[in-house]
Design a protein around this ligand. Sequence first.
Ligand code: ATP
Ligand code: MG
Length: 785
Amino acid sequence: SAAPDDDLLKGLNPPQREAVEYRGPALLIVAGAGSGKTRVLTHRIASLLRNREAWPSQILAITFTNKAAGEMRERVEQIVGDSARGMWIATFHSACVRILRREADQFGFTKAFTIYDSGDSRALLKRIVREREADALGLTPAGVQSRISKLKNELADAESYARDANMSDPAERKFVEIFGDYQRALQKANAFDFDDLIAQTVFLFRAFPHVADVYRKRFRHILVDEYQDTNHAQYQLIRELTKPVQTEISSGGAAVLIPEADGASLTVVGDSDQSIYAFRGADIRNITEFERDFPGAKVVLLEQNYRSSQNILDAANSVIRNNFDRKDKRLWSDQGEGDKIVGFTGYSQHDEAQFVADEIEKLRRSGMDYQQMAVFYRTNSQSRALEEIFIRAAVPYKIMGGTKFYDRAEIKDALAYLVAVANPADEMAVRRILNRPKRGIGDVTETTIARFAADNGMSFRDALAHPAEMGLGPKLQKAIAQLDEVLRAASEILQPASGEQPPSTSVTEALRVLLNDSGYYDALRRSRDPQDEARVENLDELVAVTREFARNNPEGTIVDFLTEVALVADTDDLDDESGSVSLMTLHTAKGLEFDAVFLTGVEEDLIPHRISANEPGGPQEERRLFYVGITRARKRLYVSLAMTRAQFGEVTAAMPSRFLQEIPALLIDWKQSPGDVNSRGGSQSRALNARRPQNDRWGVKPLAPGSGLKPKSTAMDRFPGLVTNKVRDNGDLEVAAGDRIRHEDFGEGTIDVVTGEGAKRVAHVRFDTVGAKKLLIKVAPITKI
Ligand code: ATP
Ligand code: MG
């Protein structure tokens, strides 16, 4: 039931209210973290619906994760009730999937297309790179994959890229061939990779304006959250969707375009200080140039933060102020100073993790729920130490993103079975299950099947129905026939010959048949490998997922199910367990908020990350990431680091992150800093050692008193890294186009052009192995050769 009208505006301050009530073609809301941007978008949608200015079907809202989409839908429904049904609240990817499924047959795909995740496309590229013998030219599947991804984010395809590429360079020529092969293979498999979902939708709209017009007429209000992280392809998609609709009429033999409908009204919200996806092609200019792109756009600024205490905001402001290319905006809060930030330095990452676990328990005892606490880190691998300690300390936790449940081999196998039925054109899926479980079908037989398929102009899947015609031994024939039979049985469940729409529970049933009749389950159960027990559990979990899907989507089809699985984004955890602490990377944390936040591993080389140090703008992007982390906290913020860290099989001395020093010292209450560690003696120190195994189980030797870092006393000295970490200065290295250089990480390359002046000189380098990179000459580890 609907609440009274002013309810909508009551919980808003004047600029927020203005943003909700403004009506016009384009609205930009720029504001710092926690200032209510997402809340404004939600209320704006509710207001459009409440005032009957729009039907739900006329609204398209884009969020950054599926989880955020779900939350926004829930909140709108809370405000306006059932009348919210039919809205599209989705991520860019899932909105595009919906469009592509509807229109697939317009351009040579079918509705049942598969979505390749990055592992799938890597596997495909591996094959192509091998076939093209491209490794001889230094091309790796990973390198090619990231280049293709970047190009697609720029809306370049193989042909358009080839036009500008230097085709006299053999490596370039090879790359173009691989790019082309890759696209053809995707098309043949009736598949899109993740970047295609956006790019192909844009291409579709451009190639078929009448298709685009359908969506232009439909979506009258388009709203985009986290606009600072849109890339060029996403930006162009928005531009396509907001174009006015024109009708062509012929008048006296000439075609004339007359306007039929205005462009949709566009609302975007964002914060350039939180742009953290440049490495994936996000372009901050989309926000800074919004007013130029959408003339007459209304701009609203929000400055009051409703999330965090003032101490936390002060820390965030002090850090982000060090980025030079930003407009200063100062966030304020009326929630009072709040607690100080707590700092801690452990001997090792396990010591650090133990501190985090102890503090979590303290907070819990003081009445804070586990689900109001979060632990962030820069890289996925850092979660391992935390998990080990949390398990021992019985701290309930869940890992958001990076669980990679869907990346596990057994889950991928099970899904490949489903794909082989839903989209038999997807040869990779069929090949994947050919010998899983082991059926004695090796590479030779696989090649035989592929050749038979090619010779007879049929698909790889269809060839499985003709084992007797391939000249194979009786055992192999039987194995193939059995697989064919299993796939048929599942197909009859999912796509009955009667043509009737099967119930959504058929996905569960088909999966059971596939796993049982193929012998997959049995093989795992018979195995003595204890890991296989866990695999059975994971498969049971997948069956449970299909059951839940059926409950939530009574009309859902197998294709819907596979779509949902393919689009599981970073923050979408499998089951919404409450009552546990959330662990996640800083990238995943965007847009979320928690009462207590632990920023762990605040060390040089982690944040800023080692690989960002030499990228132009890299350290600045890392600082924004750190800022995103700080601003997730409502009440309590912890920053922690370790003196030594075991990574990549090596134990190295870690240095405090430069960003720590940017937080005013009086805001941090250090429980233990590197200085304290060595000056402490007696019981405390023994207690610390007692809970750390002495036998180097963690790969870290306990520090003997007096060894390692010297006791320090002043605040500045606490951070030896800041003193000893000399910043490289290549300021007067003279280089010009055509010069050959050597880079510490990237190897040798040729300079295409040098742009900029003085300290901002940038070399555009084509490296022999890793491709094109832009380097800030002043700090890049390069020498002329
Ligand atoms: P981020 O930049 O991190 O995405 P945001 O600008 O989207 O943040 P929101 O998540 O919308 O901010 O809001 C932050 C918190 O402040 C939320 O808990 C929200 O409910 C609350 N909030 C926003 N505006 C108000 C208000 N006017 N009165 C009370 N609470 C508010
Ligand atoms: Mg937000």
